[in-house]
Design a protein around this ligand. Structure first.
Ligand code: ASP
Length: 519
């Protein structure tokens, strides 16, 4: 038997018991007459003691154990004289009677400590060692806990998790597709899903009523700090719902996560803020409501008063700072100096991070289309399956730019956590949508014939949402780096430096795929 207990569970009540533990040699200290080793596993660390007086041979062998050796030890649990109350096992130690080396280890390229000496690149190359570090492991446990709670909650609401395919056909969701060449169908390609959008809609046509999936999605986009080419969504869809039904259902999910993960109970209903208000008062469709400070439009009030700066400005606005009007000149100067302190290093404007405060809201009534100057055409702001507001449908032909969508985003602290829409379920409206987006009838048929066809067979009204799981997990952990919450992430240039990919493939493989590389 390798172990009777883990390295994180023995305490004062186990004193006198004979136990066997297995794990990694975290650290060893040689104090002449005694050798101490911290043995580590996923559950914690336990101190081992080897005594030169009572068992010199064993003690000498123990001194040969290097960092990260894997060993199994048997000994007696004893009360420590020098207790460490900051860890769970800190009141006891094991007087080792025998041990065996299960595997040796080379000296790791960086220390396996909470504050390691390893830089980013090195830790990513040896990610399996990085994952031995407690903070990194805790991030993944936190992710696991959130995934479990998502499943528990959605299951309790009658949602069924259904897997959808990974090898699909291009879907136009705004980003570039990753494509996979087909060997059997030479010259043809699969695409990896940017999201399971059309499949979840088809599941509604199939009568599944409530679907969800914690699912990998792939987008070949230019990389930014908190983006990964593959990422995870909590993808959901419901039938026989209107916008408010969807918002209430997933507000329930958000509140459940706040409660079990953050031990917080946000009061009342989340604010629903129309897109135009978000833009007008916060200058963004992802407002951070933690700080107040609305933008106040002053254009009309200050124009034509003989001040050239205001006269020539298309828009003049100001941020409202509560209480600032009654501040003296001295107060304002002091505040300005405070903001400019070297610790903050700002020239005058500053954002303060306030991680334990959360301000969730729904931004609603997004425009259905956005105009692209460069290509001179409209694009779907969300995606082409989003339904227009009923009263705006007549505008689709005359003034597409002012059509509002039944589309919504969940925003928490200025971060877009998710978004969705009520879908089009009427074949004719879907066709009108495609044609407004500039698709010819043949193109629409070729790309989306399957969906248009499905709409011939009794598609129920439906709508849904998808949340960026990696982002939500990192937000709740008070971090902005989603990479820290992914077991094996890609780096800033989309590479996995551990397995060293993307990589070239052999001539034979290329030939099988009928692919010729252009140098
Ligand atoms: N498929 C959409 C997305 O990935 C979400 C949705 O509309 O449900 O953004």
């Amino acid at each position: 038997m390798y172990r009777t207990h883990t390295c994180g569970e023995l305490n004062i009540s186990d004193v006198g018991e004979e136990v066997t533990l297995a794990g990694w040699v975290h650290k060893s200290r040689d104090l002449g007459g005694m050798t101490f080793i911290d043995l580590r596993d996923r559950y914690g660390k336990t101190q081992l003691v080897f005594n030169m007086e009572s068992n010199p041979e064993l003690c000498r062998e123990a001194r040969e154990l290097g960092r990260e050796f894997v060993i199994s030890v048997t000994g007696m649990v004893a009360e420590r004289s020098n207790k460490n109350l900051s860890i769970k096992t800190g009141e006891i130690e094991i007087n080792v009677q025998k041990f065996g080396i299960l595997n040796r280890s080379e000296l790791p390229p960086f220390t396996i400590e909470n504050d390691t000496d390893g830089g980013d690149e090195l830790r990513m190359k040896y990610r399996y060692l990085d994952l031995r570090r407690e903070p990194v492991r805790n991030n993944l446990i936190h992710r696991h806990n959130m995934a479990r709670e998502v499943r528990l909650y959605l299951d309790s609401q009658g949602f069924i998790e259904v897997e959808t395919p990974v090898l699909i056909k291009s879907t136009p969701e705004g980003a570039r597709d990753f494509v996979v060449p087909s060997r059997i169908h030479s010259g043809e390609f699969y695409a990896l899903p940017q999201s399971p959008q059309t499949f979840k809609q088809l599941l509604m046509v199939s009568g599944f009523d409530r679907y969800f999936q914690i699912v990998k999605c792939f987008r070949d986009e230019d990389l930014r700090a908190d983006r990964q080419p593959e990422f995870t969504q909590i993808d959901c869809e419901m039938s026989f719902v209107e916008q408010e039904d969807v918002l209430n259902t997933f507000e329930g999910l958000a509140k459940h996560l706040f409660k079990v993960v953050k031990k917080m109970e946000p009061e009342g209903q989340f604010i629903r803020m129309p897109y135009i208000d978000a833009m007008e008062y916060y200058g963004t469709d992802k407002p951070d409501l933690r700080f107040g400070m609305k933008i106040c439009r002053l254009t009309e009030a200050v124009k034509g008063k003989g001040f050239p700066v205001f006269d020539s400005a298309e828009y003049t606005g100001a941020i409202v700072v509560p209480g600032a009007a009654s501040m003296t000149r001295k107060d304002v100067d002091q505040l300005t100096e405070w903001v400019k302190r070297p610790q903050i290093g700002a020239g005058g404007l500053v954002y303060l991070r306030d991680p334990e405060k959360f301000a969730p809201l729904w931004v609603i009534d997004f425009p259905l289309f956005e105009w692209d100057e460069e290509s001179g055409r409209f694009y779907a702001m969300h995606h082409p399956f989003t339904s227009p507001k009923k009263e705006d449908i007549p505008l689709m032909k005359t003034d597409p730019g002012s059509v509002r969508a039944n589309a919504y985003d969940l925003v928490i602290n200025g971060v877009e956590i998710g978004g969705g829409s009520i879908r089009i379920h009427d074949r004719e409206l879907q066709k009108l949508m495609f044609s407004t987006l500039g698709f010819t009838e043949e193109e629409a048929e070729k790309q989306f014939g399957f969906l248009l066809n499905a709409f011939r067979y009794g598609a129920p009204p439906h709508g849904g949402v998808a949340f960026g799981f990696d982002r939500w997990v990192s937000l709740f952990a008070g971090s902005e780096t989603i990479r820290d919450f992914i077991a094996f992430p890609k780096n800033n240039s989309g590479r996995d430096v551990m397995i060293d990919t993307p990589a070239s493939i052999s001539e034979d493989q290329l030939k099988e795929l009928s692919i010729k590389l252009v140098k």
